[in-house]
Design a protein around this ligand. Structure first.
Ligand SMILES: Cc1cc2nc3c(=O)[nH]c(=O)nc-3n(C[C@H](O)[C@H](O)[C@H](O)COP(=O)(O)OP(=O)(O)OC[C@H]3O[C@@H](n4cnc5c(N)ncnc54)[C@H](O)[C@@H]3O)c2cc1C
Length: 403
């Protein structure tokens, strides 16, 4: 990074949080992430995996339940800025680990957002990793695209269906192998479509539910290109009886709105996280360009290399400014920002992370392609993000529908 700090106006407390996140990212996350990246998906989640000791150290930072944990004196705008800084620093360390940590005890936080104090207490007592279960094997984008006709298509048969049964709901089917922390989560936010629906994906129910109910089983962890520290896997439901207590919302009047609200939050968070990944790529490229000697001088002294680094710097700074502006508006305006702004955060940050990681590899030359150097991992992590939480072209299509 440039030594000039654009984050002026931070309180001493905010600077201290930024510093402790940075230290944790550098000293704990990066070394553990490098080990996890070379493990099998089964080893990543084994009892003796370094992921779990890192999670214990993360808990010591006092950030579980963020952004509420940043201190009572911050205004909504300051809290939103703090959240941007924290997510950037920790994702700079390793984004796959950060997502795992962010999902720890996420269910009570979501219960609080819906004003469900009973579920806050129920899930807080369980102290576990959560997940968000939306995607199905035969319906990825279908289940996301609330602006598109396919979302309302009654001919579509979902892979995960729910029916009302007196005071309970009965769940059948499965969620796809793409559910993050799917094989290890103790609870989930589940989006499921009604069996007898004549409105396709638009008629469903949202549950905050434990994943140890009878009839729930898991698949095996997925082996993927990047973000290898993040577990992924299927969840199967066989006549699972879900008590009404775990229901958050149901019916076509609210289901698409709740999904939009959810995706909006997830897209802004993806923007906040992947700016950290973009910065990691830039930082490595800058440091390497100052060290690597070719033609008798460090490559940064070659004019062409210098301007390429400035292009990276400019893309990073401008994407970060956009994401922070949207995140602060989301936190301070009643009702938050419209969906297209949230989608722009996700698409811009992930594309910037991918482009900067690609350019970082180019600046590293042949070394950039080797596992001994850090940038090929960042490239793989960023590559996955172009599809994660909504494929970027599809999100762009949905955002365009709102213009
Ligand atoms: C790292 C990672 C983490 C993830 N975490 C989660 C998670 O925690 N929970 C969860 O539920 N899911 C998760 N996902 C799943 C993710 O949301 C889906 O992969 C994504 O929505 C795309 O679905 P798909 O993979 O089935 O692709 P498809 O929907 O099959 O899309 C394939 C291609 O077709 C295009 N396409 C599809 N439909 C249309 C259309 N109507 N119009 C135009 N183009 C279209 C798409 O743009 C895409 O390029 C994760 C994915 C990744 C990569």
């Amino acid at each position: 990074m440039s030594s000039f700090d654009l984050d002026f106006g931070l309180t001493e407390e905010m600077k201290a949080v930024r510093e402790s996140c940075h230290r944790f990212a550098e000293d704990v996350m990066r070394p553990v992430a490098a080990r996890l990246d070379n493990m099998t998906p089964e080893q990543v989640i084994a009892d003796d995996s370094p992921l779990w000791s890192a999670l214990e150290e993360f808990k010591q930072l006092g950030l579980v339940g963020m952004p509420e944990t940043y201190g009572p004196d911050l205004s909504p705008a300051e809290r939103a800025l703090m959240h941007c800084i924290v997510l950037e620093e920790l994702s700079w360390g390793d984004v796959g680990m950060f997502i795992t940590f962010a999902l720890f005890n996420m269910t009570p936080t979501i219960a609080a957002n819906f004003g469900r104090q009973d579920l806050v207490e129920y899930f807080s007592a369980r102290d576990e990793i959560s997940c968000l279960a939306v995607t199905e094997p035969n319906h990825g984008s279908d289940s996301v695209a609330f602006t598109e006709p396919v979302f309302f298509d009654k001919e579509i048969t979902p892979d995960c269906r729910v029916r009302r049964d007196g005071e309970n709901f009965i769940l059948n089917g499965q969620k796809s192998a793409w559910v993050s922390t799917g094989t290890i989560a103790g609870s989930t936010t589940l989006f499921a479509t009604f069996e007898d629906s004549d409105q396709g994906y638009a008629d469903g129910a949202v549950f905050l539910m434990p994943l140890d109910l009878e009839g729930i089983t898991r698949g095996k962890p997925l082996n993927k290109i990047g973000q290898r520290s993040l577990n992924q896997g299927e969840i199967f439901f066989d006549n699972v009886k879900v008590p009404r207590q775990f229901l958050i919302m149901e019916g076509p009047e609210v289901y698409p709105m709740v999904w939009e609200f959810y995706l909006k939050g997830a897209n802004i968070a993806m923007g906040q996280q992947f700016i950290g990944v973009a910065r990691a790529a830039y930082d490595h490229a800058l440091a390497y360009a100052k060290e690597r000697v070719q033609g008798g001088k460090p490559i940064i002294e070659h004019q062409a290399v210098k301007t390429r680094l400035f292009q990276m710097f400019m893309k990073l700074e401008s994407a970060r400014s956009h994401i922070r502006r949207v995140a602060i508006a989301e936190a301070t305006i009643e009702g938050g920002v419209p969906f297209e702004h949230a989608a722009s955060c996700k698409i811009l940050a992930t594309q910037t992370a991918f482009d900067l990681a690609n350019e970082a590899i180019q600046l590293f030359g042949g070394n950039g392609l080797c596992r001994e150097y850090p940038v090929e991992k960042i490239f793989r992590d960023a590559r996955a993000s172009l599809i994660e939480d909504g494929e970027n072209n599809l999100l762009g299509l949905m955002a365009a529908a709102r213009l």
